[in-house]
Design a binder for this molecule. Sequence first.
Ligand SMILES: Cc1ncc(COP(=O)(O)O)c(C=O)c1O
Length: 428
Amino acid sequence: MKEIVPSPPPLVRNDAAAVQALFQQNVVPSYGRFDIVLSHGSGIYVYDIAGRRYLDLGGGIAVNSLGHANPAITEALVEQSRKLIHSSNYYYHEPQGRLAQALVSLIGPGKCFFCNSGVEANEGLFKLARKFGHDEGRFEVITTINSFHGRTLAGIAATGQEKVKKGFEPQVPGFRQVPYNDLTAMRAALSPATAAILIEGIQCEGVILPATPDYLFGLRQLCDEKKLLLLMDEVQCGHFRTGRFQSFQRILEGVPGGEKFLPDGISMAKSLGGGFPIGAFWVRAPYADVLGAGSHGSTYGGSPLACAVALKILDVIQREKLAENVRQVGAYFKSGLEQLAQKYPGVIQTVRGLGLMVGIELTPNIPNLPGDSSKTQAVRFVNLLHAAGMLAIPAGAQIMRFLPPLNLRQSEAEEGLKLIESVVAKLQ
Ligand SMILES: Cc1ncc(COP(=O)(O)O)c(C=O)c1O
């Protein structure tokens, strides 16, 4: 038989340089990548192709909710792939219906739409806002400075960071940013064209900054008063990362009236699929049918395979009481970092976080920090962590984020703290 597609040239195994050369020649260089070529993982550990082991406290940027190669995820993938991988959204299937039911029962009365990523979930919310305001000529979504909402054109227009917008002008119209946790600024920013407000429950791109209870209550009141949708991006801070399903539930825990609080729309992704791509948004009951038949869609959205994985992850989180684990191990890890900040103030300036979303801010101008001085302190520090055998996520020029799996054990957190101290002690 005639070969139509030539087979690719063989790759030299265990040769990092060969893999990197494939990227340099064939992959769009839109990411700044670290000098690590990964091969496989197991639980909290991930291995490079030379067999070097890393404690992965980056969690694939809050995605690997059950760690690497979790057998429950493999089982769900295998079982569902034997039945039905994809069907299109012309038809009904049980996994999507059950996943929507599970998310609704974890949030509140409403309905869900499924897609494939965080930014696609946010795009759905933007369309919801436009449809909601359409007949009154309202289309604008007010977001916040330092927010992050994804990389599509509307995603970068919504994002409150100049660096992600630069070079892609003109911006999609209808987005403006105001300071976070500032109700007065939000109220002042509203115009007759405003249809919605979108905030992250916790701003994740700087040192982790949660919304205050007063801000959440105030925004709810403002939206009710002005007939606006209150939208929340829980892509990174949701899915039990704080010890409750959504971050606002954790922030408002124990606050009078907190259990009654609900936004009108919530975007989700990342930990929802534990590494299998899936995104979703939930919309509160009164607005659940605003996006009617034919108004929105996504070919792969809510495929049987993706939904089976997400359902299995929810099942494991419940069975293994991982929400409680997040609180306990998260508090242990954070307090360990705080002790390091006290011991090494010349290196760690602040520690912030909730559950297993913890950030450290480095002290500016650490004199002994090795590495290319054209790179940020955060990148240089992460390189040192890599050399010590740990993965973490840089989140700004001076900031590091740890977003480990929800099943992180205390012993693994302890191992992480020792690795971090081994790096920090040399810089003090
Ligand atoms: C808060 C937040 N929103 C949206 C996104 C975009 O998600 P995705 O990269 O899956 O499109 C991210 C990704 O980091 C995020 O952290």
